[in-house]
Write a protein that binds this ligand. Structure first.
Ligand code: NAP
Length: 294
């Protein structure tokens, strides 16, 4: 059996079309254009490419978008005051500070300064707390993208054994919390694994849906998954360069062997990645809509 390939590109395109239509409606009915500011400190190549892609998508969708490029040595005070400025700016509905930040800046302090109503990355503790109690204002973009991939591909989570590999605050913990909610597109039995887990394979082998966010190239092999499972590979690992000089990527799952055993799997690239940016746009659109509703 060869698995169905879950295309994040297709689902992302479908959602982007809906966003574009909503942006036009918002403009014509309320004269409001969703506004997104992306702030980058320094010029880490991966961060620059993520922010460039976010800005391009925002523009393509008709958003008002601003990019702030700050030098590597910018002071914490300067960064905080820039965030305060956009917290007050009515034209801006979403503020994204690209992580990681240089070591002299405390990331937590930066995230905590963003107005939770403009926290379109969903990392502010208010938004994390709301997510846990099932009253999310914004879902963090990657977990939100994973859940939408499951829903749009008619993959049943209700009653499913979901095993999440990784407990980061941006992927593992939030997706686990989202999928155990008593709600549509959730209601799963969720297990979270990490480096303290005694026997990883015992857990991976009983997963109906395996979500892998380890940051370890091709760590999950065919012998570790259950026949017919659904595998969502969140990992993005750079493993060299292509002849054209682009980064060569692979996931945390050994795609070639695992796809022969499971029923559905996301590729890397082209799986979760395109969904993450799309969900950032959806969060920004929803923040703009909320500003109309009050
Ligand atoms: P992270 O903060 O490095 O967390 C990795 C998690 O995996 C940790 O909880 C760690 O456990 C666990 N882990 C690592 N190796 C393990 C092992 N051998 N056995 C068991 N657990 C292990 O990573 P992240 O930020 O969640 O990102 C994970 C991957 O997803 C990365 O490749 C990243 O680039 C990718 N990513 C992709 C997107 C996207 O849009 N596609 C977005 C975000 C992240 P401990 O907690 O015990 O250390």
């Amino acid at each position: 059996m060869s698995a169905r390939i879950i295309s994040g590109v297709d689902v992302a395109n479908e959602i982007r079309k809906e966003i574009k239509r909503d942006v036009e409606n918002l403009k014509s009915r309320f004269n409001i254009t969703p506004g997104l500011v992306t702030i980058i400190v320094g010029n880490n190549p991966a961060s620059v490419s993520y922010v460039t892609a976010k800005q391009k998508t925002a523009k393509d969708l008709g958003f008002y978008s601003i990019q702030e490029n700050l030098p590597e040595k910018v002071s914490k005070i300067e960064l905080l005051s820039l965030i305060e400025k956009y917290n007050k700016d009515e034209k801006i509905h979403g503020i994204l500070v690209q992580l990681p930040l240089p070591h002299h800046i405390n990331e937590k302090e930066i995230i905590y300064t963003i107005d939770p109503n403009k926290d379109v990355d969903g990392f502010h503790p208010v938004n994390m707390g709301r997510l846990v109690i099932g009253e999310a204002l914004f879902y963090p973009c990657t977990p939100y993208g994973i859940q939408q991939l499951l829903i749009k591909n008619n993959i049943e989570t209700e009653g499913a054994e979901v095993v999440v590999l990784g407990r980061s605050n941006i992927v593992g913990k939030p997706i686990a919390m989202m999928l155990c909610q008593k709600a549509k597109g959730a209601n799963a039995t969720v297990t979270i694994c990490h480096t303290g887990t005694k026997n990883l394979t015992v857990h991976t082998k009983r997963a109906d849906i395996l979500i892998v966010a380890l940051g370890s190239p091709k760590a999950i092999t065919a012998d570790m998954v259950k026949e017919g499972a659904v595998v969502i590979d969140v990992g993005v690992n750079r493993i060299g360069t292509t002849p054209e000089g682009k980064a060569r990527l692979c996931g945390d799952v050994d795609f070639e062997s695992v796809k022969e055993k499971v029923s559905a799997i996301t590729p890397v690239p082209g799986g979760v990645g395109p969904m993450t940016i799309t969900m950032l746009m959806l969060n920004t659109l929803n923040a703009a809509k909320k500003s109309v509703e009050g």
